[in-house]
Write a protein that binds this ligand. Structure first.
Ligand code: HEC
Ligand code: HEC
Ligand code: HEC
Ligand code: HEC
Length: 457
């Protein structure tokens, strides 16, 4: 594992180190620094210390495996985005930004606005002065980070900040480098963890998306690595080299939108089955007591609370209001006190669910009459669709798959469930999702056809 923190500059007490630094000895005598760790030169140590500091700036609690603070940072504005996630308010980046410009940079507006100044003014400052700021009553890191961490993060502030406007166009967000059709660096370094197209890790968005929407964050992570993880820090390479990697990652693909929506539909149906794990033992704390649910179902399934018609179930409101909403707003709901889905699902799963809720749910009354439960289509208009698309697996009478009840019966009893599964597929199974390929009129006709199939096994 690449852990520069064990080889970085000072090994003695903070005060001694800071005194040296304040005295200006930090850059003066290579011999002084060299004597501190075996065989490493001062410059090697400095680069490693700066990179470690960059990771601490990003998320020191994750980098040092410290316990996350439970109180909101006193300097964080009450109405800020992260006020209900206390530990986030202790990350330097939350207040000062990936571009180090605080309220004068990307956080000058938008949900991450804090009105707090950047740290760019301290580039080249005295290390001791920065340590003093961090340990003063306002920042309060003296009790949370050890001497080495404070020294590293201060080294980053003083020696590690990139002048981002020189390297990233603030308007187009493009790296100021030649667009690259390939990258030796990406294909040999990043590929092992992120995959050839940057989409392999399901705990984070595709690398291409991050590089396009937040190139400052990408650049910071490339230079310093990822807190608490093995991702290498590229800081030792030249800046133009690193920019060429950034430019290349900006060309990498996003997740496939339609595949994401239909997978989200399957997660809504039964997320445990789709990701192949078990639901928690205890019933969902928000599930109303005294309500019976069907055998084989579970109170943790979204559909048990929000319904196959998306209009709410068991006395709980529906999700219709969120159709068309920004997926990030939906993801925030999924991590709220009621849901806490981030305890169970990965980033990719949350994205898929949010995409389904935003783009995949339909107004079911357009397909199904809510009183008679009859499909609003014609069984005789498009029979070829059922016969070619469904009968191959389900049989011409809908009874060929012996592990499920006859399709005709399900279509009569729960047409909304059938519509949902026809559109998004069956969780944990290979059945295709038909929403995107089937125009609504055809879908209604197929559903009408299913309601004519035999209901007995
Ligand atoms: C909750 C918000 C918040 C967090 C988190 C935070 N700061 Fe600050 N920081 C501030 C505020 C507010 C100021 C301005 C204080 C003032 O003007 O007295 C500031 C000032 C600074 C300055 C001086 C900038 C200048 O030009 O005067 C530096 C350097 C700095 N912070 C570094 C850090 C580092 C490193 C971390 C993480 C270890 C960090 N800050 C975490 C809010 C924060
Ligand atoms: C040894 C494995 C490894 C290598 C090699 C690696 N990374 Fe990472 N990377 C990670 C891990 C782990 C994370 C954090 C994942 C998480 O938060 O769940 C990460 C996170 C990131 C992020 C942040 C995404 C986000 O939204 O949090 C970016 C950007 C990134 N890597 C880019 C790169 C680039 C570019 C390269 C090649 C220069 C690279 N990584 C090489 C393991 C690696
Ligand atoms: C045990 C019941 C329960 C389960 C299971 C459940 N929710 Fe909820 N959900 C609620 C309640 C109660 C609310 C409204 C109160 C709230 O927002 O805290 C809600 C609200 C929502 C909202 C916002 C609706 C609006 O109009 O504001 C969305 C979106 C949502 N849930 C999605 C999901 C998804 C996706 C899942 C599955 C991963 C899920 N829920 C699982 C109970 C549940
Ligand atoms: C490639 C095979 C395949 C095709 C094609 C296919 N299905 Fe399925 N379908 C399955 C499997 C497998 C299941 C899950 C069976 C189980 O629960 O054991 C399933 C389940 C279903 C269910 C869920 C029934 C329930 O118990 O709730 C519905 C509804 C359904 N299919 C409708 C359709 C329709 C409509 C079509 C054509 C538009 C279709 N399927 C095409 C394989 C297929």
């Amino acid at each position: 594992m690449f852990n520069s923190r064990t080889v970085s500059v000072a090994s003695g007490g903070l005060l001694a180190a800071a005194a040296l630094l304040i005295a200006g000895a930090y850059f003066a005598e290579p011999a002084t620094a060299k004597s501190m760790t075996s065989g490493e030169t001062h410059e090697d140590n400095l680069v490693a210390s700066v990179a470690a500091g960059g990771r601490l700036y990003d998320d020191w609690a994750r980098e040092t495996a410290a316990r996350k603070p439970r109180k909101v940072h006193p300097l964080y504005p009450e109405e800020g985005l992260y006020a209900d996630q206390p530990w986030q308010t202790w990350r330097c980046v939350t207040c000062h930004g990936w571009d180090y410009k605080g309220s004068e940079g990307m956080y000058h507006t938008g949900p991450k606005y804090t009105g707090i100044k950047g740290i760019a003014g301290k580039r080249g400052a005295e290390i001791g002065e920065v340590i003093e700021i961090l340990t003063d009553g306002k920042h309060g890191y003296g009790d949370m980070m050890d001497d080495q961490d404070l020294l590293d993060v201060a080294s980053f502030v003083v020696n590690g900040q990139t002048d981002v406007d020189q390297v990233i166009d603030p308007v187009t967000r493009r790296a100021k480098a030649k667009p690259a059709a390939s990258s030796v660096y990406f294909s040999t370094i990043c590929v092992s963890c992120h995959g050839a197209d940057g989409r392999m890790m399901d705990t984070i968005p595709p690398v291409g998306d991050v590089a396009r929407t937040d190139p400052w964050q990408s650049l910071h992570k490339m230079l310093n690595g990822h807190p608490g993880d093995d991702m290498p820090a590229l800081r030792a390479f030249s800046l133009p080299t690193i920019l060429s990697v950034l430019a290349y990652t900006q060309t990498l693909p996003s997740h496939d939108r339609l595949a994401s929506i239909s997978r989200g539909g399957k997660l809504y149906d039964d997320w445990a089955k789709e990701i192949d794990r078990r639901f928690p033992e205890d019933p969902h704390p928000s599930f109303p007591t005294g309500v019976e649910i069907a055998v084989g179902s579970n109170t943790w399934r979204c559909v048990e609370c929000h319904g196959w018609d998306y209009k709410g179930n068991n006395g709980i409101r529906g999700i219709r209001n969120l159709a068309g909403a920004h997926p990030l707003a939906i993801e925030k709901i999924l991590t709220d006190e009621t849901h806490r889905m981030d305890d169970f699902l990965k980033h990719k799963d949350m994205t898929d669910l949010a995409n389904f809720i935003s783009q995949g749910q339909v107004e079911v009354n357009e397909f199904i009459d809510p009183t008679s439960k009859k499909a609003k289509g014609n069984k005789d208009t498009s029979p070829e669709y059922f016969l070619t698309l469904c009968a191959t697996c389900h049989g011409e009478d809908g009874r060929a798959i012996r592990t499920m009840p006859p399709l005709g019966r399900v279509a009569d009893n729960s047409p909304w469930k059938v519509l949902h599964r026809m559109f998004h597929g069956h969780p944990g199974d290979y059945m295709p999702a038909w929403q995107a390929s089937m125009p609504p009129t055809i879908a209604k006709d197929v559903l009408a056809k299913l309601q004519t199939l035999p209901v007995k096994k």
